[in-house]
Design a protein around this ligand. Structure first.
Ligand SMILES: Nc1ncnc2c1ncn2[C@@H]1O[C@H](COP(=O)(O)OP(=O)(O)OP(=O)(O)O)[C@@H](O)[C@H]1O
Length: 361
């Protein structure tokens, strides 16, 4: 192991079972010290299980979890020096804000003066000084979240684990708290691992995003890398709201839907006819296409595919149409007023399509 990889959190071949049923399969991840990893994926994919295994709240069946080169799997939870912010925050209701933050330091036998200093520091850091004597029941959601974070940070953990840190907050508070959390995490030296359902949170907060599905890691990489080059249709759908189609590069252009959707190369910035003959995947983002009405048009316009509108949703920022195309459902943003059941022609907007050439699915 190099010095660089030994410095952070290294998970290798991790498998976790519940009563003989495997919840996490052969997980491999590396998070350098000071970096933040976000684990995302649909409900039940194993995100929280990974967090619990790192914290030592559940044992692993195979594999290793190393921190700074030290194997953690045989070390009990209380001796791992890990701070956990559970989803519900789990604050002690009978203790004040100060009492909650101080809890871990007391448990470690820190003396009174050291406790006072550290808690003062964290109250200032999380801007909770005014609330130090309040009980959790008399705090807002955002304030509780900060207490939970300060409590987890009090012991100066090597790893800070945050389970859906913003999920309990209402949407108005969430974006403000997200920014604050980014600042707080930037200031830590710990390895930070966040579990979230929300891709915006993952992209905004993490250096590395790991996408899980059914207990397995599907793809891990920087936010930009995942956005630009999702590994498969699942990642495209989950992280980018995009649809992915198998495509072939021919003399005439990019062909998808078994050749019935032929798109000229001029629709793309990133593909040239030199790649002819290669297999590729076409990534259609909500903003990649333009819709025109199909009614009254006998012939399919060049470069278009025909689709049926299944649903229309106005979000405030945009109108999203869910289309049915060759038995698949895809979501696109549309300027054209469309109605449910209507047939439309869908054309890749100039230079908005993405073709990923010659990569494994
Ligand atoms: N205590 C348990 N006993 C048995 N099975 C469990 C237990 N906890 C979780 N599981 C199962 O393990 C799998 C992974 O669960 P986990 O809680 O890690 O998923 P998750 O991705 O965090 O889901 P969510 O986003 O809904 O919290 C699921 O199939 C779940 O039913």
């Amino acid at each position: 192991m190099t010095e660089e990889t030994s410095a952070g959190l290294v998970i290798e071949g991790l498998c976790v079972d519940y009563d003989g049923i495997r919840a996490v399969h052969d997980l491999n991840l590396h998070v350098p010290a000071g970096a933040t990893l976000a684990i995302v994926g649909p409900s039940g994919c194993g995100k929280s299980t990974v967090l619990r295994a790192i914290a030592g709240l559940i044992g692993s069946s195979q594999g290793s979890i190393r921190l700074g080169g030290r194997e953690l799997t045989d070390i009990p939870a209380t001796r791992r020096n890990i701070g956990l912010v559970p989803q519900s925050y789990a604050l002690f209701p009978h203790l004040s804000v100060r009492g909650n933050i101080e809890y871990g330091l007391r448990a470690r036998g820190a003396d009174k003066e050291a406790r006072r200093r550290r808690v003062d520091e964290l109250l200032a850091f999380t801007e909770l000084e005014r609330f130090e004597h309040r009980k959790p029941a008399h705090l807002s959601g955002g304030q509780r979240q900060r207490v939970a974070l300060a409590r987890a940070m009090a012991i100066d953990p090597d790893v800070l684990l945050l389970d859906e840190p913003l999920a309990a907050l209402d949407p108005q508070l969430r974006s403000g708290m997200r920014r604050q959390l980014i600042e707080l995490l930037d200031a830590t030296r710990s390895v930070n691992v966040i579990v979230t359902h929300d891709r915006h949170e993952a992209f905004a907060m993490a250096d590395t995003v790991a996408v899980m599905r059914e207990g397995r890691l599907v793809q891990a990489g920087g936010p930009r890398e995942l956005w630009d080059r999702p590994a498969d249709g699942f990642v495209a759908d989950f992280l980018c709201d995009a649809a992915m189609f198998e495509a072939t590069l021919t003399e005439h252009g990019v062909e998808a839907l078994g050749g019935s959707w032929r798109i000229p190369y001029t629709s793309f910035d990133d593909v040239t006819p030199d790649a002819v003959g290669q297999q590729a995947r076409l990534l259609v983002r909500p903003t990649s296409v333009t819709l025109t009405p199909a009614a009254g048009t006998e012939v399919l316009p060049a470069g278009s595919a025909e689709a049926r509108v299944r649903q229309v949703e106005f979000t405030g920022e945009a109108t999203l149409a869910q289309l049915e195309l060759d038995g698949r459902s895809i979501t696109v943003q549309t300027e054209l007023p469309v109605t449910k059941g209507e047939h439309v022609h869908m054309t890749i907007s100039r230079r908005e399509g993405v073709v990923l050439v010659g990569e494994e699915k």
